[in-house]
Design a protein around this ligand. Sequence first.
Ligand code: BEZ
Length: 243
Amino acid sequence: MKKIIVFISALFVISFSAFAQGKKFAMPIIGEEAPKFSAESTNGKLKFPKDFGESWKIIFSHPKDFTPVCSSELLELALKQDEFKALNTELIVLSTDILQQHIDWKMALEEISYKKNNPVKINFPLVADNEMLISRKYGMLHEPYSDGRNVRAVFIIDPENIVRSIQYYPNEIGRNIDEILRTLYAMQTVAKNKNTLTPANWEPGGDVLIPHLNHEDKKKLAEGDNEVYQEAWFMTFKKIDIE
Ligand code: BEZ
């Protein structure tokens, strides 16, 4: 009898801990609605996604203000902020630091002539998630590695507030801002051009892939028109107009 009680208790402890583990980490996945939040930021109080209208949105988390890798990322983002704007995309930077720390860091960054560029004003908000409410909702805390700080996460969210792309990077590795821009261009390109996909290493202006050939594509292919061409019967490329 004693053995049975010990066995049942062990089973209970194991299942409870598995349940607790399961609850510890949650993240929105691709295709899901991005969690709503409101928070204080360097641009005032923010309501997400309400304040961002019909824009694409990028939530960019970092582990800690006043650290070298994070500073380089923020400066590169600031240098490219007009390109994001031109793609109808709003940037939201987030960490678990307090608002005053964000304000001080932002001021310090705005004085740097990074890589011989003129100092640049940071127009996007730095969100203070010191209570970790948003970080938990978005799965940015990868404990125990995180140690109460966010990992480097990038969520690209479309105008309908659906998560379209997720990246996670470790603390030691700075992200490639051009890759984030490239992903955004690619997603906007396939959204604009029905029945298209982008191949590996695609760059804006490059040919796209088409998973299904319509009557017109088949005709162009048969005629040897170089607008539609194949690398194999299962890999068809198509040239598209760039606006
Ligand atoms: C950095 O941004 O340099 C950094 C932040 C947290 C841990 C390690 C490096």
